[in-house]
Design a protein around this ligand. Structure first.
Ligand code: ZN
Length: 122
């Protein structure tokens, strides 16, 4: 089931190929303040459907993760990063974390939230 997502003002819109089975709440300093609940996809499962110039990017720390947000309304939208599941960045295996709070017509309360303790892991 394809899912559509949009930021508050609608200038950032994207689609993913399927609904997430769970979402991730991360404790890192960025996620704790920006408040996203993350669903992870391969790049080919994600499609930005609004103009790329509406997307702003925040880089910090090692600049490994591109944190995207709406240039107009400021909503946290998605992030592009290498896969970190082994603990090291795997640049051959990029992934997109999308903020599941932006999904339209999706019952976010129906999926479990997994907490990853990045503040202390990384
Ligand atoms: Zn917006």
């Amino acid at each position: 089931m394809q899912l559509k997502a949009s930021c508050h003002c609608g200038r950032t819109q994207f689609e993913v190929s399927e609904a997430p089975a769970s979402v991730t709440r991360c404790t890192c300093s960025y996620c704790a303040k920006s408040g996203g609940l993350w669903a992870y996809y391969k790049p080919e499962q994600f499609r930005l459907t609004s103009p790329a110039e509406n997307v702003a990017t925040y880089l910090w720390n090692t600049f490994t993760v591109k944190h995207r947000f709406c240039a107009t309304c400021g909503c946290t939208t998605y992030g592009e990063s290498p896969d970190f599941s082994s603990g090291e960045p795997d640049f051959d295996n990029p992934k997109i974390g999308v903020n599941a709070r932006l999904f339209d017509d999706f019952d976010l309360d129906a999926v479990p939230v997994q907490v990853i303790d990045c503040r202390n892991l990384w």
